[in-house]
Design a protein around this ligand. Structure first.
Ligand SMILES: CC(C)(COP(=O)(O)OP(=O)(O)OC[C@H]1O[C@@H](n2cnc3c(N)ncnc32)[C@H](O)[C@@H]1OP(=O)(O)O)[C@@H](O)C(=O)NCCC(=O)NCCS
Length: 239
C-alpha cells in the first residue's frame, strides 16, 4: 500500500497547473493516421487486445507517457492506494460519478477481484481518513505493457474543483509509465466536460475515428474553449 499525506498550502499544485495549462501538442503528423470506425476497430499488431467496448463513447489517447508532471497534492488531501475496507467508500463515490447501484459487494467483485485492475494502481484521494476520490488502471489483457486504460475516475461532489481529478488521473498515468507502458487510453462521454478538460490538460488527445466523432469533438472543444485539431489521432493502435 502506498500513501502520501499533505496538509501544506498546495504550492505544488499551482506549479503543476502551470505546467499542465498548455494546449496539448499532437505527436502524430497529418496524413500518417489510419482512419477506422470503432465498430470495425481491431488492435493491429496486438491481436489479443479487446475491441472498443462502445462506439457511442468518445475515446482519448496519450500516445506516449513521457513528460508527465510530478504529482502535487492539493492542500488538505492525501493520496494512497487501495486498502481492504475501501469498498463502501468507493461505491459511495461512484454512485455520484459513473453508473449506479454500486455496492460494497459489486466493488469487491468488479474492481478488487478483477485481474485487469492491479491493486497498486487503484488510487484513492483522501480527506482525513475518508476516501473522496478514486481512479485506477485497467490492463487488458493482464500482462501486456503497451496500452493501459485510465478507468473509473470520480471525485465526490463536495470535493470537486480542488485538483483531485487531475491528481488521480496523473497518478494512474505515472503508474503506467513506471510499469513500462508506452501509451494510455480512456473512454468518456460528451457531457463530462470537467473530466475532458482534465484529460486534455494532462496530454490525452481526442481520437477522431470518423466524421461523427470529429463533429462531437468539435462541439466539446467549442464548449471548453479548447482548440480543436484535425491532426489528432484517428485510431488507437499505432499507424
Ligand atoms: C471529472 C472529475 C473527476 C473532476 O474532478 P475535480 O476534482 O473537480 O477535478 P479538477 O479540480 O482536477 O479539475 C476539474 C476541471 O474541470 C473544470 N470544470 C469544472 N466544471 C466545468 C464545467 N462545467 N465545464 C467545463 N469545465 C469544468 C475545472 O475548471 C477544472 O479545470 P481547470 O483546473 O483547468 O480550471 C469530477 O468532476 C467527477 O467526478 N465527475 C463525475 C464523474 C466523471 O465524469 N468521471 C469521468 C469519467 S470519464
Amino acid at each position: 500500500m502506498w500513501e502520501w499525506e499533505n496538509s501544506g498550502v498546495g504550492e505544488g499544485m499551482k506549479d503543476c497547473s502551470a505546467t499542465l495549462s498548455r494546449p496539448p501538442q499532437s505527436t502524430r503528423p497529418p496524413g500518417r493516421v489510419r482512419i477506422e470506425t470503432p465498430g470495425s476497430l481491431t488492435w493491429g499488431s496486438l491481436p489479443s487486445m479487446p475491441e472498443i467496448a462502445s462506439p457511442s463513447q468518445m475515446y482519448m489517447l496519450r500516445p506516449h507517457l513521457e513528460g508527465l508532471p510530478e504529482l502535487a497534492l492539493p492542500a488538505g488531501f492525501g493520496l494512497r492506494t487501495y486498502r481492504p475496507g475501501d469498498e463502501a467508500a468507493w461505491a459511495r463515490i461512484m454512485n455520484h460519478c459513473i453508473g449506479r447501484d454500486w455496492t460494497t459487494d459489486r466493488c469487491r467483485r468488479e474492481m478488487v477481484e478483477n485481474p485487469a485492475i492491479p491493486p497498486d494502481s487503484f488510487f484513492f484521494a483522501t480527506r482525513g481518513d475518508e476516501p473522496v476520490g478514486t481512479a485506477c488502471a485497467q490492463i487488458q489483457p493482464p500482462g501486456q505493457r503497451d496500452l493501459g486504460t485510465i478507468h473509473m475516475v470520480g471525485v465526490a461532489p463536495e470535493c470537486r474543483g480542488h485538483g483531485l481529478g487531475t491528481l488521480l488521473t496523473l497518478a494512474v498515468l505515472r503508474w503506467l509509465a513506471d510499469q513500462g507502458f508506452r501509451r494510455a487510453q480512456l473512454s468518456t462521454d460528451d457531457w463530462r466536460l470537467p473530466a475532458i478538460r482534465t484529460y486534455l490538460r494532462l496530454g490525452l488527445l481526442p481520437v477522431l475515428f470518423d466524421a461523427r466523432h470529429r463533429a462531437r469533438w468539435q462541439a466539446v472543444c467549442a464548449q471548453l474553449g479548447w482548440p480543436y485539431r484535425d491532426d489528432w489521432p484517428a485510431a488507437i493502435h499505432p499507424p
